[in-house]
Design a binder for this molecule. Structure first.
Ligand SMILES: [Zn+2]
Ligand SMILES: [Zn+2]
Length: 343
């Protein structure tokens, strides 16, 4: 089968779909159940420093670009490695894709980057790490984000983490993924249009306003430190959804300084640990929403954040047919529950 990767745009809604048939060829696809269980540590392909690793962090958070000279030392000390995805949903190309017409329809080639960020310990998900370790994960995201941002065809960089097979993790070993794509995805453009609209009407960032209101009301806060706040959104889409925001207005994730990331890492680890303890290691997805990387566009009204979405329900007929998700636990109750869990 041809390794097809193309972005198709819905001519009615403008939404993109990535058709990536090469992904189905990955072996995990066929032995999903066995590789996602903890028992499969033996033979776990992420256990060792992989030859294709191009960015490595040691336990102290020092960054290395592996060379033959230091590889043996790194094999002992590595904490985190970034590798290209072996079965990419999107492929690298020196030529930027151009929108094409296919009769009535619109498409462009699925060009971009697909990387995997692997931490060393087979069983230590981010919720089980200490704050320093969780911060190294965020620093790795930032390092790759900064590098991919300079790639010519990249319009948006999606950083995400799937935990548990029900949340789409095909490999048990803790890992995150980064996919850089040549279009701005619909969820991001909708969110940006909404925050721009609010900014034009009120001359204020809607996210900053929400943060102030949440701090005042205190009904939905899950965790807070000096620079970051985590709360269950008023309009939670799923039970126990949590969002983490920098308290200071910051449009771009990658502009976060080291001390900001240290507190972001503290908040991320705190929320994931609360979910781990409170809901007994539920499957979840988390991802970063941040300003697109498009040159010449101004996204000063946007405010980067992390969204954590536990897999507490499946989309059924109503959700698929309407886009309205049914959350079975009120965000106020979920926040109250998570707030009380000691970490
Ligand atoms: Zn492993
Ligand atoms: Zn803001």
């Amino acid at each position: 089968m041809k390794n097809l990767s193309e972005l198709r745009q819905d001519i009615i809604t403008g939404e993109w779909v990535l058709i990536a048939t090469g992904r189905a060829m990955r072996p995990q696809f066929f032995r999903k159940k066995s590789v996602t269980t903890e028992a499969s540590r033996k033979g776990c392909s992420f256990e060792a420093l992989l030859p294709e690793a191009f960015l490595v962090f040691d336990k102290k958070g020092e960054i290395y670009h592996p060379t033959p000279k230091i590889i043996n030392e790194l094999k002992k000390n590595w904490f985190l490695q970034t590798v290209p995805n072996k079965y990419p949903a999107i492929r690298e190309s020196a030529i930027c894709p151009v929108p094409e017409k296919r009769g009535l329809y619109e498409m462009m080639e699925g060009v971009g980057f697909h990387e995997v960020v692997i931490t060393r310990d087979h069983k230590k998900s981010i919720g089980l790490m200490n704050s320093g370790e969780a911060t190294i994960v965020l620093r790795a995201y930032r390092a790759r984000f900064e590098a991919l941002k300079d790639e010519e065809c990249v319009e948006y960089i999606s950083v995400f983490h799937n935990h548990g097979s029900e949340a789409g993790a095909s490999v048990f070993h803790p890992h995150s993924q980064i996919i850089a794509i040549p279009v701005i995805p619909q969820d991001v453009s909708r969110s940006i249009a909404g925050s721009l609209n609010y900014f034009e009407r009120h001359k204020k960032c809607v996210h900053c306003e929400i943060i102030h209101f949440e701090i005042e009301e205190r009904a939905r806060i899950v965790y807070e430190n000096e620079k970051f706040i985590a709360f269950c959104p008023y309009v939670s889409r799923t039970a126990f959804e949590v969002r983490i925001f920098p308290k200071i207005h910051t449009p771009e994730f990658e502009s976060s300084q080291d001390d900001d990331l240290a507190l972001a890492g503290d908040a991320l680890r705190a929320v994931l640990r609360k979910l781990y303890k409170g809901l007994r290691n539920p499957p979840y997805n988390f991802f970063i929403h941040t300003a697109p990387t498009s040159d010449g566009m101004y996204y000063g009204h946007y405010h980067w954040h992390i969204e954590i979405i536990p897999k507490t329900a499946v989309w059924a007929g109503f959700e698929i047919g309407t886009g309205i998700e049914i959350s079975t636990v009120a965000p106020e109750e979920a926040a109250k529950f998570l707030r009380k869990i000691k970490i």
